[in-house]
Design a protein. Structure first.
Length: 473
């Protein structure tokens, strides 16, 4: 299965890129200091709004292009590329103009400078996201992997050197360069990306296809950040700052899951769906990765809970108050990976509407739950457990909808979900039992491996996922 090979390439590249990003973040925080970093981080929030101005165009392209490729409808592919490419250039220029105008009204010179630098960032960020989506939709994952590594290296070196030399201007220039060079690299290797031929009717079709997915991504992101959004007003900014370690785990795991899992599965799955037109035939595209995650990730995450504390104490000693919450947040990587694997299936199964309704309900229920926990002394640990529970319930509901869309019986779906969650439940229980044990990390790690080895052997003998990965490596 080529999908597993591509997932391995992208996951490895994303993981290395994340490690470089972590190193960059720690060193830049020390170089710039809290005031300068606070100004840049505040303005960088604007980067997250890019998806809204893209109006689902790039998401629509990433969904439609693989299907049309599978159907050999190259005229449709060409039309979508022309419209999306033209629109994305316009979107970048519009973003830049808005931010330059806003900088004229900034009362603080530092914020004005940051907005001007951000205008250049957003000018380049729109084609960057488009070129990345295009590479994924075309299954050019060797190219995407190389680009991720290139972006990581440029961003790391540029941020350290320029921040040290020029402060706020330096971190802004480093961000610009860290996007500009990957854009040129992707553009050079994808000559079909930008061509004239924008059509408003086709843009509307792309928006119709892409907006539900964009909305789903935004709502799921809000679900992940509800704990932080409520922590600040209820417990204060200092407590929210301690929670930054949990947020770092959350953000970097999502980065790896999105680039290493979701994009790869989406491209392969939708191309096959376009070819055969049958929902049941593409279930394997998300089921195989989920089966693999279900019994490979739990022992890895268990080890993560053991070592996150010692690492934070050495690297970021001022954040030790957030260690307990971070140890809980580590388990969320399991559900974030599952979510990334199953999300592309909802395009083929036409179930985005159901998922959006579930997300809306989850947001209301989770917000109420977090408020109750934090208002009654739950603290960071309570917020982390509530966030984990919300992810668990929502992702399992997603999997239920996906299996139901493929015509599976309710009893069989429940059995599937039980087999998926059992290894994680075992590891969570084991680590909780060892929490107060007066033994070293090496001993605890040995207990984890000894207890889990039979589980791994049973699952591998039945599903052979590790063997499949090795054969497709």
């Amino acid at each position: 299965m080529h999908m597993l090979r591509d997932a391995r390439i992208m996951s490895g590249s994303a993981a290395i890129s994340v490690l470089m990003a972590v190193l960059r973040s720690i060193l830049v925080l020390r170089i710039l200091g809290p005031t300068t970093m606070g100004i840049w981080k505040t303005v960088m929030v604007i980067y997250m709004t890019g998806e809204f101005l893209r109006l689902g165009i790039t998401k629509g392209l990433s969904l439609r292009l693989p299907e049309f490729t599978g159907q050999n409808r190259e005229e449709e592919v060409d039309g979508d590329l022309r419209t999306a490419g033209a629109y994305i250039v316009f979107a970048g220029m519009a973003f830049a103009a808005i931010l330059l105008l806003a900088s004229l009204f900034a009362t603080n010179d530092q914020y004005a400078l940051a907005l001007q630098l951000m205008a250049v960032v957003m000018l380049l960020a729109q084609p960057h996201q488009y070129l990345r989506e295009l590479a994924g939709a075309r299954q050019r994952f060797d190219l995407r992997g190389r680009e991720l590594m290139l972006a990581g290296v440029v961003d790391l070196l540029g941020a350290l050197v320029l921040s040290y030399c020029f402060g706020l201007t330096g971190i802004g220039l480093a961000t610009v360069i860290g996007i500009a060079i990957p854009v040129l690299y992707l553009w050079r290797n994808q000559p079909d990306a930008f061509r004239c031929g924008f059509r408003f009717e086709r843009a509307k079709v792309l928006m119709t296809a892409g907006i539900p997915m964009s909305l789903g991504d935004s709502m799921f992101g809000l679900l992940r950040y509800l704990d932080l959004l409520l922590l600040t007003p209820l417990l204060g900014p200092t407590m929210a700052g301690y929670y930054a370690v949990s947020m770092m785990i959350n953000e970097f795991s999502v980065f790896v899951a999105n680039f290493g899992v979701a994009q790869v599965i989406s491209s392969h799955m939708l191309k096959e769906y376009g070819r055969v037109g049958c929902v049941k035939s593409v279930v394997v595209f998300y089921e195989a990765p989920i089966r693999l995650f279900s019994y490979v990730l739990p022992p890895v995450l268990a080890l993560g809970t053991l070592f996150v504390g010692p690492v934070v104490k050495v690297v970021l000693p001022q954040y030790t108050a957030g260690i307990e919450a971070a140890e809980i947040t580590v388990w969320g990587v399991f559900f974030l990976s599952m979510h990334s694997a199953v999300t592309p299936f909802f395009r083929a199964a036409a179930r985005f509407g159901v998922v959006l309704k579930m997300l809306a309900s989850s947001l209301v229920i989770t917000a109420a739950g977090q408020w109750l926990v934090l208002s009654n002394g739950g603290g960071l640990r309570g917020a982390a457990w509530m966030s984990l529970a919300a992810l668990c319930v929502f992702v399992n509901a997603e999997l239920f909808v996906a299996r139901d869309a493929a015509g599976e019986r309710a009893g069989d779906i429940v059995g599937f979900l039980a087999s998926i969650n059992l290894p994680l439940a075992l590891m969570v229980l084991l680590t909780q039992l060892m929490e107060g044990a007066e033994v070293g990390l090496v001993t605890q790690a040995g207990v984890i491996f000894a207890v889990y080895a039979p589980v791994l052997a049973i699952y591998e003998s039945r599903f052979s996922m590790l063997r499949m990965v090795k054969q497709n490596g």
